[in-house]
Design a protein around this ligand. Structure first.
Ligand code: 13P
Ligand code: SF4
Length: 302
């Protein structure tokens, strides 16, 4: 049995705050001070007085929080909680692409490592991607690393050339059209919401492609009672807590194993020891802050 009082006491003692991504395990969402999507959590990390931010998510999220708050202790409960899509981008190959396309601006999804952000012009998340891409002055864009999100964003700027990195999120790319269509056969009236990291054929049959907080807001304001949720299954926990009278139909195989590496025991360990901390070399951190801060000045699109 988790003693929430103990967690609260430890948080107060160390002036710590717990931020949790929407995909976190239910027991982590239950003890979080704030639950949100990538953009929301990055903003939240800059707008609090805590000395220690315990970031329940994957490493690029905790790194972004550290880049934006270099003087705070940002703690990731499991340093092996890494986004495989972010990890796979080859910096040398990207640098070569940048040299070959000197007239292009580099837009990197927040799901990238610090070293990739450091050579990017601006970052984006799934919630502000459309507004970020529309803000680009150059006629050519290099978009890294998610090809599904890149192809989704490309539709908003048909007049521009977009070189899209061939990365995918394994969890979202595993969602197939048939998963959605089979659920739709069982629940004819359900609204289909999917994440823009899904394959284009999945996005095409959806009603809306939204970030995770975009889905939370859509459901809250919708008159419908049934929703097919085409993203990591963990989002359905928060959806159900906030909308107990509505029904959600997840894709049962859509689980991000890295998000699930964060457990209550590991969080308690962080509260006791104030580690493991995110440490980033100063020069690279300063370079990576530029595209992140540029992104923060652009509003959400959902
Ligand atoms: P959101 O910013 O929409 O929460 O997405 C983050 C992510 O990693 C999706 O897989
Ligand atoms: Fe990365 Fe996909 Fe997991 Fe999001 S769901 S953290 S993009 S692997």
């Amino acid at each position: 049995m988790i003693n929430k009082d103990i967690i609260e006491k430890l948080k107060k003692k160390n002036n710590s705050i717990i931020l949790a991504h929407n995909y976190q395990l239910p027991e982590i969402q239950d003890i979080a001070d704030y639950i949100g999507d990538s953009l929301d959590l990055a903003i939240k990390a800059t707008k609090n007085d805590a000395d220690n931010i315990i970031f329940c998510g994957v490493n690029f999220m905790a790194e972004s929080a550290k880049i934006l708050n270099p003087d705070k202790n940002v703690i990731l409960p499991d340093i092996n909680a890494k986004c495989p899509m972010a990890e796979k981008v080859d910096k040398n190959l990207l640098e070569k692409l940048i040299i070959e396309n000197k007239d292009a601006e580099v837009v990197s999804y927040i799901n990238t490592t610090t070293e990739i952000k450091a050579i990017s012009d601006i970052c984006c998340t799934s919630s502000n991607g459309v507004n970020v891409i529309k803000s680009i002055k150059s006629d050519k864009i290099i978009f890294v690393p998610d090809k599904n999100l890149g192809n989704f964003l490309k539709k908003y700027i048909p007049e521009k050339e977009m070189i899209i990195w061939p990365g995918v999120c394994p969890t979202h790319n595993r969602i197939h059209k048939n998963h959605i269509l089979n659920l739709k056969k069982l629940h004819e009236d359900a609204i289909i919401l999917v994440h823009p990291e899904c394959r284009s054929e999945v996005i095409e049959i959806s009603n809306h492609a939204l970030s995770t907080n975009g889905m939370i807001n859509f459901v809250k304001n919708s008159k419908s009672n049934e929703f097919i949720i085409g993203t990591e299954k963990g989002l359905c926990y928060r959806l159900k807590i906030e909308n107990p009278d509505k029904n959600f139909y997840p894709i049962n195989s859509a689980i991000c194993p890295n998000m699930k590496k964060i457990t209550i025991d590991k969080v308690i360990n962080c509260l006791l020891k104030n580690e493991p901390c995110i440490n980033i070399e100063k020069t690279i951190m300063e370079k990576a802050r530029v595209p992140l801060e540029k992104m923060m000045n652009i509003k959400r699109g959902d």
